[in-house]
Write a protein that binds this ligand. Structure first.
Ligand code: CP
Length: 295
């Protein structure tokens, strides 16, 4: 089937996920990416970003694309122009694809009238498909499979687009996912919280999530030290991991809250590997978008 847009993980079949992982690993191993200097990619980030924005930009440069970075703060959005009219304008002036991050959940539903494809860099507390794919790539690269892995996701489950995308796709691929965190961060539609110390020694991957102070009031009242002691990766929990287990975090990291600062680059941490993999996965996503939309 054809990937018209990539805005949520249900846009992809399991076969497409594995094919994107294989292509991203080939690119990481030195395969030449396609070269399309005739195409223009526009990046519209209405929420802050370091990794997603800049790794999409690097991926676009590696594919030879021309890159237009839309500046929301100096645009006609400030005169009341809608997201749809902004995107339709970029289409009208010749942009061939859009990468969009927006705080509104499912913002892309407003953009169905566009003829150019969209890749989502995250929609509010909805989904973060390119992060999910780079996380799956990182797991596959280490373990050689995803089916049967045991994964614990620790942190702000309720507000996390990363947790939502990863839970749904990991489960579809046959991994077992459990959650850790304070009750205020629970999402009963995904699962109940379990005790971190009961599962830490059994899991293959410990995925930590950032406490998103900007999204909700409850987080502001949390004590960093209490949070770290109950739900963070402490040196003692790191020691309890299986020797082959890996530690992941989408970043940015609140050091000494989700993870002890000294563990961010520990031998079993793959936090910076995730960022490297993100660039290659985003190249693979853009190649597929170009092919599937016959751009
Ligand atoms: N992981 C992630 O999405 O990071 P940024 O917010 O910096 O893009």
């Amino acid at each position: 089937r054809r990937m018209r847009n990539l805005v949520k993980m249900s846009d992809l079949s399991k076969e497409e996920v594995y094919s994107l992982i294989q292509r991203a690993l080939e690119l990481k191993a030195g395969a030449s990416p396609i070269q399309r200097p005739d195409l223009i990619a526009a990046n519209l980030f209405f929420e802050n970003s370091t990794r997603t924005k800049h790794s999409f930009e690097v991926a676009q440069m590696k594919l030879g694309l021309q890159v237009l970075n839309f500046e929301a703060s100096t645009s006609s959005l400030n005169k009341g122009e809608t997201l749809y009219d902004t995107c339709k304008t970029l289409e009208a002036i010749g942009c061939n694809m859009l990468v969009i991050r927006h705080s509104q959940e499912a913002y892309y539903q407003e953009l169905e009238g566009l003829t150019i494809p969209i890749v989502s860099g995250g929609d509010g507390s909805g989904e973060h498909p390119s992060q999910c794919l780079l996380d799956l790539m990182t797991l596959y690269e280490h373990f050689g499979l995803i089916e049967g892995l045991e994964v614990v996701i620790a942190g702000d489950i309720k507000n996390s687009r990363v947790a939502r995308s990863n839970y749904h796709m990991l489960t579809r691929l046959g991994a077992k996912v459990q959650f850790v965190g304070p009750q205020i961060f629970a999402d009963p539609t995904l699962g109940q919280m379990v005790d971190f110390d009961q599962v830490i020694g059994q899991v293959d991957a410990c995925m930590l999530l950032r406490v998103q102070f900007e999204r909700h009031q409850e987080a502001v009242a949390l004590s960093r030290a209490d949070y770290h002691a109950h739900y963070g990766l402490t040196p003692a929990r790191y020691q309890a991991l299986k020797p082959q287990a890996i530690v992941m975090h989408p970043a940015p990291v609140n050091r000494d809250m989700e993870i002890a600062s000294e563990l961010v680059e520990a031998p079993q941490s793959r936090i910076f590997t995730q960022m490297t993999n993100g660039r290659f996965m985003r190249q693979a996503i853009l190649e597929k978008l170009i092919a599937d939309n016959a751009l």
